[in-house]
Write a new protein. Structure first.
Length: 391
């Protein structure tokens, strides 16, 4: 059973420099004849990432014969390209996408039939030697917070760990922390199905989505997912600052058979105060756009306490690319008054793992906390907080 002594041991070993990196299926990238399977956004970014670290990529493998790679000097092959036949035994193929386990298995099986012997999924590779250990953060635009976990933040970290309700939650906390500190994400267990995100399907708490607040609404994917699972949303409040995504969400709600009785959609972000902030868009992935001082556009942000007067939320979800802590501060009145269930993403920065539960617990003392992961490399990790009605 995981307890504080396990956390203390992990931190002590980190301080002593003896926190080992587990051996993955692919440990040393240098000196290999590397090919990337998939010439999409992740593949392109992975290519540039490896090249910047002196690791040569011999080429790409992609099923689409029309795919092009402007600005990348590397050949693209179809999987059955005869030019690759003599390389099957010796080359190493990395699946350059966050594919679910079944799709990874299918791709590996098809490549095996063609003769490829060394094929590894992205989450099976230890990229510790890339970008000084910050490979994951660079590839996915995450804000890797080099924080003082052995000093000022240690008490908060211990407090957040102690808040977690079950052994599985605490074990995931330890594995996630260790993966970040070693930059070896091969140690994380198989994630839950991404379609289950925000459902807390395996948590035996009462879930009331009737008055749902969707912060980081994207194109309505969370709304569609919840209603597809039978969750009844009577009143909906949505915050999505990217205009094209906001319009897609609006169209989804308007045409959906489970359309809420009330829907309030705001083309803006959420923050600790109502203000305008610079916003960095991402051409490779719209979902990775974030508040940034060097951003290429300005967006309006609002304080939830001001935007939702009288809304009385029963459930608040936040996936807002690193602005979760600030947005929670702007929702303190709603949380203190109504005690809504919370599903807050904690994967955008390492310190979110403890800063967010610490912050929520300072607002109310009657929440129970759970931690779940829904994607590889620790992406889509969610902290759930459910109010104890008997507290």
């Amino acid at each position: 059973m995981a307890d504080l002594k396990d956390l203390h041991e992990l931190l002590d070993r980190f301080a002593a420099g003896t926190l080992e990196t587990d051996k993955s299926k692919l440990e040393d990238l240098r000196g290999r004849q590397l090919y990337l399977y998939g010439a999409g956004n992740v593949g392109k970014r992975l290519f540039h990432n490896l090249k910047a670290n002196g690791i040569t990529v011999a080429g790409f493998i992609d099923r689409n014969p029309a795919v092009t790679l402007p600005g990348i000097d590397a050949p693209i092959h179809l999987p059955d390209d005869p030019a690759l036949a003599t390389l099957h035994d010796d080359c190493t193929v990395i699946l350059s996408g966050l594919f679910p386990l079944k799709i990874c298995s299918d791709i590996k099986a098809k490549l095996s039939v063609l003769g490829f012997r060394h094929v590894h999924a992205l989450h099976e590779v230890n990229f510790n030697q890339v970008n000084g250990g910050a490979f994951r953060e660079t590839l996915f635009d995450d804000s890797y917070n080099k924080v003082d976990i052995l000093g000022n933040d240690r008490y908060k970290l211990e407090h957040a760990f102690s808040l977690l309700s079950g052994d599985n939650d605490r074990r995931l906390f330890l594995c996630y922390l260790k993966a970040h500190l070693t930059m070896d994400f091969t140690r994380l267990d198989e994630p839950l199905d991404i379609s289950l995100q925000y459902l807390a399907h395996d948590i035996s708490e009462t879930k009331d989505y009737s008055r749902f607040v969707d912060c980081g609404g994207y194109d309505g994917d969370t709304f569609r997912g919840l209603t597809a699972q039978g969750c009844h949303i009577r009143s909906l409040a949505v915050f999505e600052p990217q205009t094209d995504l906001y319009r897609k969400y609006a169209a989804t709600v308007k045409e959906h058979p489970a359309r809420p009785e009330q829907a309030f959609l705001f083309p803006c972000g959420v923050y600790a105060e109502t203000t305008q902030l610079r916003f960095a868009t991402n051409g490779d992935a719209q979902s990775a756009a974030r508040v940034s001082a060097g951003g290429d556009s300005m967006i309006q942000c609002v304080r939830l306490d001001e935007a939702l007067l009288g809304f009385a939320p029963t459930f608040i979800k936040m996936d807002i690319e690193g602005a979760e802590t600030a947005a929670l501060k702007g929702a303190q009145g709603l949380i203190e008054t109504y005690g809504p269930s919370l599903a807050i993403c904690v994967y955008h920065g390492l310190s979110d793992l403890w800063e967010i539960p610490w912050l929520i617990s300072s607002m109310r003392s009657d929440y129970r906390y759970y931690l779940r992961n829904y994607n590889y490399l620790g992406l889509e990790t969610v902290l759930y907080a459910f109010r104890n009605p008997t507290a």
